[in-house]
Design a protein around this ligand. Structure first.
Ligand code: CA
Length: 225
């Protein structure tokens, strides 16, 4: 899952990014409001975390402009002010949630997970298709009761495909969501990772193959035929 983090204080940004990377998120950081606005309007993210007080364009304004441009990505606003007025301004601008500084990393993580599981599944950190389950808190993947031994990248790839189960995913889309923007990833790399996922997720098991190739287009994770 790819997170956009717009935070002008380098130490806070680095600390949040480090924690999120440990939790297997891909993180892109912008340190100014202008960069953040460009990224929010042009990039593909699964969640955006916007600091409220930024040089140039403030977090709430980024949020307002992103929503006006039709960006539907869940947005969490970080705010140093605890006045109710500010919270309302953030939510009115189209933010999904806000968090008051200082906050614990655990709380930030819990809020992000809550945003990611909206709107279809409010109750669980587990993703499932057929007998494949993925626990996004424990970082465990299982087929039936058998635990799958996945690398960090394989896990991110499988999580992304599971969150978009049944959808056709192009290689470009997969690269955008699963790898850092500065990683040198070619379509061949995606093929290689899909191949290794197949060897772990589908091949050892008697049931249906879940990873489907859509020839000339990309891939999907699908329990159907
Ligand atoms: Ca700030």
């Amino acid at each position: 899952m790819k997170v956009l983090l717009v935070e002008d204080e380098p130490k806070i940004a680095a600390a949040i990014a480090r924690g999120l990377k440990q939790e297997k998120y891909v993180v892109e950081i912008c340190h100014s409001g202008a960069d953040g606005l460009g990224a929010a309007l042009g990039g593909e993210y699964d969640v955006m975390i916007l600091d409220r007080m930024l040089p140039g364009v403030e977090g709430v304004e980024i949020c307002r402009q992103a929503r006006a441009a039709g960006v539907k990505t869940p947005i969490l606003i970080l705010t140093a002010k605890s006045q109710i007025r500010d919270r309302v301004a953030g939510l009115n601008a189209g933010a999904d949630d806000y968090l008051i500084k200082p906050f614990s990393f655990e709380e930030l993580l819990a809020r992000i997970r809550a945003l990611l599981r909206r709107p279809d599944d409010l109750s669980s950190d587990k993703l499932q298709i057929a007998d494949l389950t993925l626990d996004t808190v424990k970082h465990e993947a299982r087929r039936g009761r058998q635990r799958l031994d996945l690398t960090a990248t394989e896990f991110r790839l499988l999580e992304y495909m599971l969150r978009h189960a049944g959808q056709a995913l192009t290689k470009d889309k997969i690269i955008n969501h699963v790898w850092d923007f500065d990683a040198d990833v070619l379509p061949n790399t995606v093929e290689a990772y899909i191949g290794s996922l197949r060897r772990k997720v589908d091949k050892p098991f008697a049931g249906r193959n879940l990873i489907k190739t859509l020839r000339g287009f990309g891939y999907s994770l699908d329990a159907g035929n």
